[in-house]
Design a protein around this ligand. Sequence first.
Ligand code: MV4
Length: 447
Amino acid sequence: MFKKILIANRGEIALRVIRTCREMGIQTVAVYSTADRESLHVRFADEAVCIGPPASRQSYLNIPNIISAAEITNADAIHPGYGFLSENAEFSRICADYGIKFIGATAEQINFMGDKATAKATMRAAGVPVIPGSEGLLDSVEQGKELAKGIGYPVIVKATAGGGGRGMRIIKEESEFQKAWDDAKMESGAAFGNDGLYLEKFVEEPRHIEIQVVGDQYGKVCHLSERDCSIQRRHQKLVEETPSPVVTPELRERMGQAAIKGASAINYEGAGTIEFLVDKYGEFYFMEMNTRIQVEHPITEEVTNFDLIKEQIKVAAGEPISGQNYTPQRYAMECRINAEDPANGFRPSPGKITQLHFPGGHGVRIDSHVYAGYTIPPNYDSMIAKIIVSGQSREEVMTRMKRALQECVIEGIKTTIPFHIRLMDDPGFKSGIFTTKYLESFDFGGL
Ligand code: MV4
């Protein structure tokens, strides 16, 4: 087992990793920017190293500084959390070159899954259902139009280097094809330095449902059931829940086996997520694979009793997994509390938290790095806490979540709490029948 792990991240996920390390008897090293001197991850870790100024590029994305911090503290592994360097192939490769275990995917796997057209082809070859479309990249507008004729409009062109909704355009009829092509090419070339595009049938009003998998170094992969992440706004998830209201035991089995096939095809080791779109007929299609721990991992922990960070560390250290798949017996839901004003287009609201009281009680878990008197810097993402609630039924979980949200006091800044309270009373949300478009017609007025 590792003796010392450096956590190349900040905020709640850095704390989350430190907590598990402490329980496992592993020493921890925090790294921090000058904007994060007063952060809890710095205080909770055994050692802390300043890695640069506030801008992420110069600190949390600064590979030489992070490797130097690992070298001088003699860390034998690095946990990257999510975001920042967690899916950076070069960083994974450099860690390997320095003999530091990267607790995440290999450079090869990151590159493979980062190229969406390649990932899709690999999944299709492995027998995972994929959305009908081009085989690989499109060569020309003419080829795209020809394919779209066969598939039927609407179609979507996507940047192979994209993800998270960037570099894609929906095309409703052939006359729009050229402009959509030009726009997507321009946008992806500028954003990713790669303007390769592929084409798919556009799935209207889907649900976003992902399967958690864990693989070990001996070729075994298990799944820990699904998370429904359909409540999103501009590709930012706001609420996640498990089990999904629309996933039957039969569908879970099929999606779980598909996820295992996909992860096995790339010899996946560690914790990963296979994202699927589920259409209104209950058909599911591979969308993307995330080779990292995700923000919403705690809801899976609450229903499975697995510590996913512990599993990541164990498989990275070469321990085998039991290989059992999971059938949900409980419900869990997560609300992301962001320092944003939901009444004003979710405008960021950094600043000082003057008063703070987090909820508690049966079935309530808070993952957060903030405290009364803490100043949220404007340099990083705006998530300040996750309220994670578990219970015996979806109804109980929603009732408990509303109670927890009402108990929560965060003063000095605006937060997404008023939005979440309204959502817990919303008939459409309560019905469990909603799609990724649900928040497009949600009334944010007067929050
Ligand atoms: C799609 C789609 C419909 N049809 N692909 C959005 C993020 C990126 N990972 C892929 N995305 C989508 N791909 C086809 N063929 C709809 C989306 C999509 C979406 C997916 C999941 C969650 C929220 C979404 C919001 C808008 C669009």
